[in-house]
Design a binder for this molecule. Structure first.
Ligand code: PLP
Length: 237
């Protein structure tokens, strides 16, 4: 077994154990392997072992890897901030966009989607209310949903932007147990949006290498793990 396979299996085991501990159903949490800055050959190796979901932060890097690995059956996740002028490189090209956080981006994505196509997305919440981070602030979340629904920019069924849930990236200091309150808060916000707007919002994308177990215990349905699988990221060239 290669080191990469060993690490990947370790995360799958850790995830399964957290699912068990939380009394949740096996199979209710999906692992997105975050491959940013790691070579396409690593992605291909894991894909052959059965890992199908991969997350990338940078659209250009993601598109290059999509081209290189076009013959593999991979579900690509866009997990980094998206500039409005990059909407054309995202719309219709990722299985799930985790970082929809403003009306302007929703509008640009909708315009770029082919007629009748559906783009699945999550709303990113700036759960720690950090000034430098993207994501909608918790206090503004209901307002964003209201606006997007009013303007017919999102729906629960598609076509167009189909919003399936929420995503967050807690403050850096908040790893392990320290991150748990942020995860609980995202779940509560989701429950609140479901009550207010009647959308199902089944997905919660939360938890990374240092805190995915706590995220699973707090209801994550998608965890995004990079370092624990691929090792430290090489310095970006
Ligand atoms: C890089 C990144 C991850 C993975 O982080 P690790 O700590 O390496 O597991 C997850 N989510 C987002 C949004 C990221 O940018």
């Amino acid at each position: 077994m290669t080191l990469l396979e060993e690490r990947w299996r370790g995360v799958l085991d850790g995830m399964a154990e957290a699912v068990r501990r939380a009394g949740r159903e096996q199979g209710s949490v999906r692992l997105v392997a975050v491959s940013k800055f790691h070579p396409a050959s690593d992605i291909a190796e894991l894909c052959r072992l059965g890992q199908k979901d991969f997350g990338e932060n940078y659209i250009q890097e993601a598109r290059a890897k999509q081209a290189e690995l076009a013959d593999l059956d991979i579900r690509w996740h866009a997990i980094g901030p998206v500039q409005t002028n990059k909407a054309k490189d995202v719309a219709g090209r990722f299985a799930l966009l985790h970082t929809l956080d403003r009306e302007e981006l929703a509008r640009a994505l909708s315009r770029r989607l082919p007629e009748g196509a559906t783009q699945d997305a999550l709303i990113q919440v700036n759960i720690g209310e950090e000034p430098q981070k993207s994501g909608v602030h918790p206090a503004d979340l209901a307002g964003l949903f209201e606006q997007l629904l009013k303007d017919d920019l999102i729906s629960a069924e598609g076509p167009g932007l189909r919003v399936l849930g929420l995503m967050c990236l807690p403050p850096r200091c908040g790893e392990g147990e320290a991150a748990r309150p942020y995860f609980a808060r995202l779940r509560e916000l989701r429950d609140d949006m479901v009550r207010r707007f009647g959308l199902p919002l089944p997905e919660l994308s939360m938890g990374m290498s240092g805190d995915y177990r706590e995220a699973v215990e707090e209801g994550a349905t998608i965890i995004r793990v990079g370092t624990e699988i691929f090792g430290p990221r090489p310095v970006k060239m």
